[in-house]
Design a protein around this ligand. Structure first.
Ligand code: ADP
Ligand code: MG
Length: 258
């Protein structure tokens, strides 16, 4: 069964159609990569999947439970304020299933590395501090960052910050992780350490949806690839099928990026 399924996702911003009906799904142990030019709606799609943004219409299902469903309606009918489409109970449950890692790390600058990791355990999952600290330390060890636990994010390299952000997401034991360009703020030599970590998560069968401009990485790690442009999926399939597809728009994109 798919951990996440999205069907017919549409979104407009100021009248402009940003997502024109996107379908995707991600099963346990599966890596789905989303590639495509800047402005094609990739981040908006991840923000909708992680409830940071409302879709105008479409369906979102986590673990077989519908968390959002809204029919496409003409603008004129929507004026009266139709239902917002969320199933509040399912949405709350689904929040425990995913983690999100951003391009810019999103760590709290005035908290230590360890505090950044244990905060959601204490405040979201309501765990005892001693339990959270133990878990946080184990994660830091795994990240090779045990000696950084008392330091503040500003003293870390970009690659280390991103590994802390990933540890923070992993602390909550998500079933699926979303990455929005996790290495695009990093120097090439720091990119490698983050990509290695993501590969190790795949080896542990973590389901992941990854928006990335690292084409070699996407090609190697993905079970499925979506190529998006202007709010539409133009190509989808196995990594081999998409990267060799004879789609002009895709080939022009790949030619520019490599
Ligand atoms: P990508 O991640 O593929 O670069 P985005 O999802 O960030 O694309 O953006 C797609 C389009 O939606 C862009 O034209 C962007 O300007 C627009 N957009 C994104 N978020 C907003 C917003 N909150 N308000 C208005 N327009 C937005
Ligand atoms: Mg983006």
């Amino acid at each position: 069964m798919a951990i996440l399924e999205m069907k017919g996702i549409k979104k407009r911003f100021s009248g402009e159609e940003i997502l024109k009906g996107i379908d995707l799904s991600c099963k346990e142990g599966e890596v789905l990569s989303i590639i495509g030019p800047s402005g094609s709606g990739k981040s908006t799609l991840l923000r909708i999947a992680t409830f940071l943004e409302n879709a105008d219409s479409g369906t979102i299902i986590y673990d077989g439970k519908t968390v959002f469903q809204r029919e496409a309606q003409p603008e004129s009918l929507r004026k009266g304020g139709d239902s917002i489409g969320w199933d509040t109970a399912n949405r709350q449950q689904a929040k425990a299933l995913f983690g999100l890692v951003f391009q810019n790390f999103n760590l709290f600058p005035h908290w230590t590395v360890l505090e950044n990791i244990i905060d959601p355990l204490i405040h979201v999952q309501k765990k005892e501090k001693s339990f959270a600290v133990e878990k946080g330390r184990a994660l830091l060890e795994r990240m090779g960052l045990s000696d950084k636990e008392g330091q503040y994010p500003c003293s870390l390299s970009g690659g280390q910050k991103q590994r802390v952000a990933i540890a923070r997401a992993l602390a909550l034991e998500p079933k699926i992780l979303f990455f929005d360009e996790p290495t695009s703020a990093l120097d090439p030599e720091l990119t490698g350490e983050v990509l290695r970590l993501i590969r190790s998560l795949k080896d542990e069968r973590m389901a992941m949806v990854i928006v990335t401009h690292e084409m070699n990485f996407a090609r190697e790690i993905s079970d499925e690839v979506l190529f998006m442009a202007e709010g539409e999926v133009l190509c989808r399939g196995s990594s081999e099928a998409v990267f060799t597809a004879e789609n002009e728009r895709l080939q022009s994109f790949l030619g520019k990026i490599q």
